[in-house]
Design a protein around this ligand. Structure first.
Ligand code: SAM
Length: 236
């Protein structure tokens, strides 16, 4: 069985009871950085166990070796460095291969940075589009230009190295919509958590002044900003 286990995005208190139970009972853990996961086990006082590193450069032979272990009946857990495996991290490749091999799986859901940011944003989130990390070169310009007409809330991840540049490029791409709403989530669930609400007009000043440390989620409200509309829920 492959257990897909979400882990905290910063605050250890966000680990779930099922995640702890699963990490305790599985034979080995497939993870991105063995130091990060080793440290998580230590903090949760879970005894040391085999950690199998799995990242963007893992060879197909290594993936096959993990699949063979699962086929032999081993219980393995898949975690990422933080949050939900497969959400903008390499877990997807293993889950996809395991599914093709009809390996039984169980998911242990938990935190994900974009969901935490969306739920705290105050922007309409009955429908949204998630872009992961924006492309660095190919397709970047056209993607940013397409945001102008996007009627859904947009959410994406950004690294500390590019946050200022990306925010300035968004301000430029959306300059004809100065009141369009922007929310930036920084260091969510951590000691220096910050959730900044602003507009396109104020974004250049915010981008320059804000603390450029840690991890970021950026949210752009929909084109015709209907943040205060009541969302009609279907009758159940
Ligand atoms: N699998 C993770 C998840 O479910 O959110 C995402 C992994 S991705 C490699 C890492 C990116 O997620 C960071 O660069 C940042 O953009 C975002 N992120 C992760 N933790 C965060 C946090 N505590 N606050 C803000 N953004 C965070």
């Amino acid at each position: 069985m492959l257990f897909i286990v979400a882990t905290p995005i910063g605050n250890l208190g966000d680990i779930t009871l099922r995640a702890i139970e699963t990490l305790k009972k599985c034979g080995a853990i497939v993870c991105e950085d063995t130091r990060v996961t080793g440290n998580l086990l230590k903090q949760l006082t879970i005894e040391k166990k085999e950690l199998i590193s799995f990242h963007g450069h893992t060879t197909p032979e290594k993936v096959d070796a993990i699949i063979r272990r699962l086929e032999r009946g081993e219980n393995l857990a898949l975690v990422s460095d933080a949050g939900t495996p497969g959400i903008s991290d390499p877990g997807f490749a293993l889950v996809s291969r395991a599914r093709a091999h009809k390996i039984p799986m169980e998911v242990i859901p938990g935190p994900s940075a974009f969901l935490a940011a969306l739920s705290a944003s105050g922007l309409p989130i009955h429908t949204f589009v998630y872009f992961g990390f924006l492309p660095l070169k190919k397709g970047r310009k056209s993607l940013l230009a397409s945001f102008k007409d996007e009627e859904r809330t947009i959410v994406f991840y950004e690294s500390v190295h590019r946050i200022e540049r990306s925010l300035l490029e968004i301000a430029e791409a959306l300059r004809e919509q100065p009141s369009r709403e922007i929310v930036i989530g920084r260091e969510l669930t951590k000691m220096h958590e910050e959730i900044i609400s602003t507009t396109v007009a104020d974004l250049p000043a915010v981008a320059q002044a804000m603390m450029k440390k840690g991890e970021f989620v950026v949210i752009i409200g929909p084109k015709d900003g209907n943040a205060n509309d009541l969302v009609s829920m279907p009758e159940l």
